[in-house]
Write a protein that binds this ligand. Structure first.
Ligand code: M6R
Length: 599
């Protein structure tokens, strides 16, 4: 996830773009850059770190241009650095371009372009698009035609905006699976990843759609499809204020991030083909040698690790031991030969996870990590890293990182099983097919929002909550309780369904709502029994299932394995609404930090 802001008009666009990028920093902040047109040539300024650094450069350079494109980056291909930050150019600086998304076929395109004499300066996937346009310009000599031809060759997700020095004032853009909005004002036009980037200049916008190719200049705009056919899109008027616009119109970042999940999961899935070497950098030969997994993490990531244990054991047929990193780092672990340590961390900087990882490395154990932040310490210290592609998670309570971690870990189990022969290629492909339905299933799960808000309204004054689940529903019960306690400051505990009669049932009374996680499958009847037991003690029951059950929150039907990823959605919404009704500071709960870099 990165942020794009672009301007063409009649005034100096410097302030427009730099303020716009600042508003988009929630989408990425590891580096930033602009390309601006001056005296018919393109100048580029880039800086590592926040937009503030870029502002200083622009001030020194006295940037004054009526046509500017800008970018704030969240690294996916290539570390955060001057070379990798956007805008990118072709061999000559006649084309400059900014990109948000992932160009899946960039290596193949890079090879073809290199053979034609293109020299690449960065490690990014984005740079190939600039060279590709340059290549087509040799033939067409026309920016719009060259841009349209180049876009047809890109696979993956993109929002791209480009400028060409020989057609001053013209910006070309394209959108597929990454957001792009057009802002319309008098003799000036804006393109951005999100509305707040230009909200102070216009409220008249077009939300562009997949496949749209856009041309803007101070004299107007045009939207076409790849075949050149004209397209008409509805103009909308934005009436959000600036602060809520930054949250995409949502009241809190947490709610926005809950709703970002189908996209985050889709972006993560895109990089996980059914091939262990491509997706996890583990050769099939090495996969066959692995004898087991230690999985370590903290907080929400630990709950993702717990779910992974079930998948690795049942699908890949390998033993897996899961432990909080803070315990693992001080325990006398008798490391076993050919076991791999998997470290799960959104930030990639959590001190306990890092220490546990270093301890394993020192013992000669190979380390695989699942991280969201490219180039983070945990990623750098690992032998293999797979990235979740959520973009920055702003809210302290982790939501989209959790479901993206689960997606990556489930994919790891399938990939491992296929490489080791625990699943046939056909069986693995069929599990993958279901996994690819996940973004659509999560979108469906988000439709429970209103039902959950009503349930929360009835429950928010209760002092204590119990979450129950079995099998992969158990880690989810722990996660539901953690989410609720961290943002509502209420007492909440998660238990394995079978454990309640060994003690926790003593807590249950009419003042203690019980949330049960009940996927269709082998534990469903057992969970129904637990429901009867707690109901008999007067508790209000909130059942989350994918079976046809009245008085329950019913999620789309899937196999048991996908249930925890989908059922995370209503749990997150439940915690959110309870906390909101109690007036809590949801995005920054008391005493908590987003990244725990101290012990
Ligand atoms: O960045 P990490 O995934 O390593 O962070 C681990 C925990 O600190 C984190 O998940 C924490 O529990 C969240 N606040 C949960 O919402």
């Amino acid at each position: 996830m990165c942020g794009i802001a672009a301007y063409t008009g009649k005034k100096n666009g410097n302030t427009v773009i730099l303020n716009g990028l600042k508003k988009l920093e929630y989408r990425g902040y590891d580096s930033a850059g602009i390309a601006y047109l001056q005296n018919a040539s393109i100048n580029i300024l880039k800086s590592v770190g926040k937009v503030e650094n870029l502002k200083e450069l622009a001030l020194k350079d006295k940037v004054n241009s009526f046509c500017i494109i800008g970018h704030t980056r969240w690294a996916t291909h290539g570390k955060p650095s001057q070379e990798n930050s956007h805008p990118h150019t072709g061999n000559k600086s006649e084309i400059a371009l900014v990109h948000n998304g992932i160009i899946e076929n960039y290596l193949e395109l890079k090879q073809r372009l290199a053979a034609k004499g293109h020299k690449f300066k960065s490690e990014t996937d984005s740079e190939v698009a600039a060279h590709l346009i340059e290549e087509y310009l040799k033939k067409t000599k026309n920016f719009e035609a060259a841009f349209t031809s180049a876009v047809k060759h890109l696979k993956g997700a993109y929002a791209i905006t480009a400028m060409y020095s020989k057609e001053p004032g013209v910006l070309m853009a394209a959108k597929k699976q990454s957001p792009l909005v057009l802002g319309i004002a008098e003799d000036e036009y804006f393109l951005a990843s999100d509305v707040p980037a230009f909200l102070e200049y216009t409220r008249k916008v077009i939300f562009l759609e997949d496949g749209d190719i856009i041309k803007i200049s101070p004299t107007g705009y045009k939207i076409t499809n790849a075949q050149g056919g004209n397209i008409k899109r509805k103009i909308s008027f934005i009436n959000w204020d600036s602060a809520s616009a930054q949250k995409g119109g949502y009241k809190h970042f947490m709610l926005k991030e809950i709703f970002d999940q189908p996209q985050a999961v889709e972006d993560t899935l895109r990089t996980l083909p059914l091939n262990i070497e491509k997706s996890f950098s583990i050769t099939p030969a090495r996969a066959k040698k692995i004898k087991g997994f230690y999985i370590i993490a903290c907080g929400t990531a630990y709950h993702a690790a717990l779910a992974a244990k079930y998948w690795i054991e049942s699908i890949a047929k390998l033993p897996a031991e899961v432990e909080t990193a803070s315990e693992f780092r001080y325990r006398d672990v008798n490391f076993q030969k050919d076991w791999v340590l998997a470290a799960i961390s959104q930030s990639g900087e959590t001190a306990d996870t890092l220490s546990a990882l270093i301890k394993a490395k020192k013992a000669g154990v190979k380390v695989l990590s699942v991280c969201n932040v490219l180039g983070s310490t945990i990623a750098r210290e690992s032998d293999f890293t797979v990235y979740t592609h959520c973009g920055p998670e702003i809210s302290v309570a982790s939501t989209k990182a959790f479901t993206a971690q689960l997606t990556a870990l489930y994919s790891l189990a399938i990939n491992l099983a296929a490489a080791r022969g625990a699943l046939s290629k056909k069986e693995a492909a069929s599990l993958y097919k279901e996994l690819y339905r996940l973004p659509a299933l999560m979108t469906q799960a988000l439709k429970t929002r209103e039902q959950i808000r009503k349930i929360a309204k009835k429950a928010y004054k209760k002092p204590s909550f119990i979450f129950l689940g079995r099998n992969t529903g158990y880690p989810l019960a722990l996660e539901g309780a953690l989410k609720l306690k961290e943002i509502s400051y209420l007492h909440a505990e998660g238990f394995a369904g079978g454990e309640i009669k060994h003690g926790p049932i003593a807590l249950i009374d009419a003042a203690t709502p019980v949330i049960t996680l009940m996927p269709a499958g082998k534990t469903y009847d057992k969970m129904l029994n637990s429901c009867r037991e707690v109901e008999a003690r007067g508790a209000d029951l909130i059942m989350i299932t994918n079976e046809c059950l009245s008085n329950a929150i019913v999620l789309p039907k899937t196999g048991e394995n996908l249930f925890p990823i989908i059922a995370a959605v209503p749990l997150q919404l439940f915690a959110y609404y309870i906390a909101d009704l109690r007036g809590r500071e949801i995005d920054r709960p008391r005493n908590l930090a987003k990244s725990v870099t101290v012990e």
